[in-house]
Design a protein around this ligand. Structure first.
Ligand code: PL4
Length: 407
């Protein structure tokens, strides 16, 4: 008789974003005249730029001609895209060989799948708050116990609070896998070189592996801040980087990402090359590669013209973030992030809890945000507003918050 994976029953709550959608739908049904503005899910809204669209078209056209048609490709990705990505790393001073680049259909699936190459008894440390996929994928894989008062037993929560500028202290004991995300979802904090150096040193000394999510790297405009963990010396021996075209190129619907597994990467029982080989094996076995059409779009995105156009999108969303941040600050709300990141992280006013503030913002302003508690226990009392959105909607949301929110 088939039996279900019992670890699913450990999941403490429904997945955050569908839960937000459900509550918003319920509100809309009860208030059909309310015009809802969505600053909740971090989803791009501006159209894909001409150079990238031309690349996508070229990918389509190749499929129309028997001489250029291609069927299945390598599950690791097309050579030209892997080379272009390695070239981008080279520009920022990180030496990545194209064979260490694994093209994917996005950072979400890779950040969930990557744990499968590590032992099921690995001790996992996550930033708290964090993108929920890191925790949930490890719960389902059996690396945690039950959730007790909002914390999974066996999971190491690295608190990111106002006191530590939303970047965690090193784990006190020995952990095996460490999830870091910079620029951070949800706090908008960006790790400095020094902060990452501390984690790289810890990982090398403890045989741990850092799983570094850089999905928002394109939003870093401060040249002193690292855009990749591989800007840190020695990181190639202890870190995997997971990243995405979603927010950089507007590919949230198109789907394209990549993961770097360096050949120098090692862990307690795996010499250099072993983890690279395991991820190759994993991808060869479970993945048939990202769409060749989409990969052609990725190559175009990384061309000089594509890069310039993508920078225009990033600048647009960062201006949205500034508008949100400045307006909230003027209202006396304590705000963080939003300068090198597309998320503004705010303290729910009046000591409210985060779902309470979600309801208040929705009810009074018809604006949807994301409750901090959905990202982990340290997110309680905080709230995330996304800077992805049409300018006029962001301005309208801000105007409503100014005029309708009772503080
Ligand atoms: C909503 C830190 C957003 N349904 O698009 P991908 O798969 O390349 O990247 C997903 C991703 C990876 N890493 C980080 C992210 O924040 C995201 C996207 N997060 C958000 O609002 O937090 C979209 C979420 C989507 C989801 O569940 O991922």
């Amino acid at each position: 008789m088939a039996r279900i994976n019992p670890n699913y029953s450990r999941l403490a709550a429904g997945y955050l974003f569908p839960e937000i959608a459900r509550r918003t739908r319920e509100f809309s049904a009860a208030n059909p005249d309310a015009q809802i503005l969505r600053l909740g899910i971090g989803d791009t809204t501006e159209s894909i730029t001409p150079t990238i669209i031309a690349g996508l078209h070229e990918g389509v056209d190749r499929q129309a001609n028997v001489a250029t048609y291609s069927g299945y490709g390598d599950s690791e990705g097309k050579g030209d895209l892997r080379e272009s990505l390695a070239g981008w790393y080279d520009e920022i001073g990180a030496k990545i060989d194209p064979s260490e680049v694994f093209v994917s259909d996005g950072a979400k699936s890779d950040s969930s799948n990557i744990q499968s190459i590590f032992s099921t008894d690995s001790v996992v440390a996550v930033q708290d708050p964090a993108y929920p996929v890191y925790v949930d994928s490890n719960v389902v894989s059996g690396r945690t116990g039950d959730s007790v008062e909002g914390r999974y037993e066996g999971l190491v929560y690295m608190a990111c609070t106002e006191e530590n500028d939303f970047f965690p202290a090193l784990p006190e004991g020995k952990v095996d896998l460490i999830y870091l995300c910079s620029p951070n979802n949800p706090t908008g904090a960006v790790a400095t070189h020094e902060q990452l150096e501390g984690f790289v040193k810890y990982a090398r000394e403890n045989g741990a592996v850092i799983l570094f999510d850089s999905a928002y790297a394109a939003f870093i405009t401060d040249p002193t801040l690292p855009r990749s963990i591989y800007e840190i010396e020695g990181a190639e021996e202890c870190a995997i980087e997971i990243s995405s075209f979603s927010k950089w190129a507007g590919f949230t619907g198109v789907r394209l990402g990549w993961t770097i597994v360096p050949k120098a990467l090692r862990c307690e029982d795996g010499e250099a090359g072993v983890l690279h080989g395991l991820w190759t094996r994993r991808q060869n076995t479970f993945f048939n590669g990202a769409s060749c059409i989409v990969q052609a779009g990725g190559v175009a995105a990384l061309s000089p013209e594509g890069r310039q156009e993508m920078q225009g999108l990033v600048t647009y969303y960062l201006e949205n973030a500034r508008i949100i941040r400045d307006a909230l600050a003027e209202l006396g709300i304590t705000v963080f992030g939003g300068d090198n990141a597309p998320y503004v992280w705010l303290q729910a006013p009046g000591g409210m809890d985060s779902w309470g503030f979600f309801d208040k913002l929705l009810t009074e302003c018809h604006v949807v945000g994301t409750p901090g508690a959905g990202f982990g226990p340290s997110g309680e009392g905080y709230f995330r507003l996304s800077a992805f959105g049409h300018r006029e909607n962001v301005e309208e949301a801000v105007a409503r918050i100014r005029t309708r929110l009772t503080l």
